[in-house]
Design a protein around this ligand. Structure first.
Ligand code: ZN
Length: 356
């Protein structure tokens, strides 16, 4: 009798766990996003925001700290149904879904994503990635300006300026994405100017090197209204190319530039960058798996300037859960008062100029 009672209780507990896990928002009815029609534009942000707010509220009510991923490059081949479950399992409320143009000029992938799943994705402009951005940056900026304005995207994608090949590319023997594109080039100026005029934030990938700091400082000073998210705080792939950037330097930049933000993506503390054989994640304390105190203090002092990010691309979807865990380790290193701000409130405030 006792055994039956225990089994009954266990299965009830399991039932409620499963019921809760799938309960944050509806699961999309299609797996392939291109099986549905693209969302009409301009995006219906009022309806989308009400869905997203509801999703965040539901997660919080169930004791989950929701995460907004501010930077990921995803394509039309994402399995929308199974990924919806994965996001719910990991407490990822929203992903800024940036499409990949792949030589087509613009992908419209974010329009498909939002059409098939209006609960989980913030439509974000295509990223400045090769080949489109690299081959003809001015054309890509013109397309960006047109699409962002007419379609009503609340965020632009990540534009690669200095970009070393990513570890997954090196593994695949692809060293093409070794970009060296000056941030103060005409296309760079055009982007900063557009952001300043439109109030729409954009993201930059700029490796941390002494020689690259003066041009970015110059651009930030020239366009104080441009909203810039500098991706991957403290990711340093060649230590000997940097003697300047550290928590004190970032603090100074933040104090001088009211519209400068950082995304917090990093690989795990023990990750080694294959080309330099160095640990690129400079904010980690490898002995504790948490942030070094000086980085934690910086983020805690300016929590509205930092945002969680997963930096997903189609080749690394298998490590989704690991990437979320890394961002949760960052959040766990912060004082309680800063955690929810960095996890999702700062992103909401930046994108919609309102509190959540
Ligand atoms: Zn990047």
């Amino acid at each position: 009798m006792r055994l039956i009672k225990t089994l009954l209780l266990l299965s009830l507990a399991l039932f409620f766990r499963l019921a809760i896990a799938g309960d944050f928002s509806p699961i999309p009815s299609a797996s392939r996003m291109t099986d549905v029609s693209k969302a009409t534009v301009p995006f219906d942000l009022a309806t989308l925001k009400s869905n997203w707010r509801q999703r965040i509220t539901t997660m919080r009510a169930q004791g989950v700290v929701p995460i907004i991923d501010i930077e990921s490059n995803l394509g039309e081949d994402l399995d929308m149904q199974s990924f919806a479950h994965q996001m719910d399992d990991e407490g990822v409320a929203l992903i800024a879904f940036s499409g990949i143009a792949k030589g087509r000029g613009w992908s419209d992938a974010a329009r498909y994503a939002v059409a098939v799943d209006p609960w989980r994705y913030i439509p974000t402009g295509d990223g400045g990635l090769p080949p489109d951005w690299k081959k003809n940056p001015m054309t890509f900026v013109r397309t960006t300006k047109e699409r962002i304005t007419l379609d009503g995207y609340p965020l632009m994608g990540e534009y690669e300026f200095r970009h070393y090949p990513s570890p997954d590319q090196i593994q695949r023997g692809n060293n093409e994405r070794d970009e060296n594109f000056p941030i103060d080039s005409p296309a760079g100026h055009e982007l900063f100017r557009f952001s300043a005029e439109s109030d729409i934030p954009f993201q930059i990938h700029q490796e941390i090197e002494d020689a690259l700091l003066p041009p970015i400082e110059k651009m930030l000073a020239q366009y104080p209204k441009a909203k810039v998210i500098w991706c991957h705080l403290a990711q340093m792939r060649y230590q000997d190319r940097n003697t300047i950037y550290g928590p004190d330097y970032v603090r100074k930049l933040i104090e001088q530039n009211p519209n400068l933000y950082f995304d917090l993506f990093s690989g795990p503390p023990d990750h080694i960058y294959p080309s330099s054989k160095e640990y690129p994640g400079k904010y980690w304390d490898r002995s504790t798996g948490k942030l070094k105190p000086e980085w934690a203090k910086l983020i805690a002092d300016f929590p509205w300037r930092f945002m969680t990010a997963l930096d997903l691309n189609t080749f690394i979807m298998g490590s989704f859960s690991k990437k979320v865990n890394m961002q949760r380790a960052v959040l766990d290193s912060l004082p309680q008062s800063a955690r929810e701000i960095v996890a999702y409130r700062a992103a909401w405030k930046l994108l919609f100029n309102e509190d959540i």
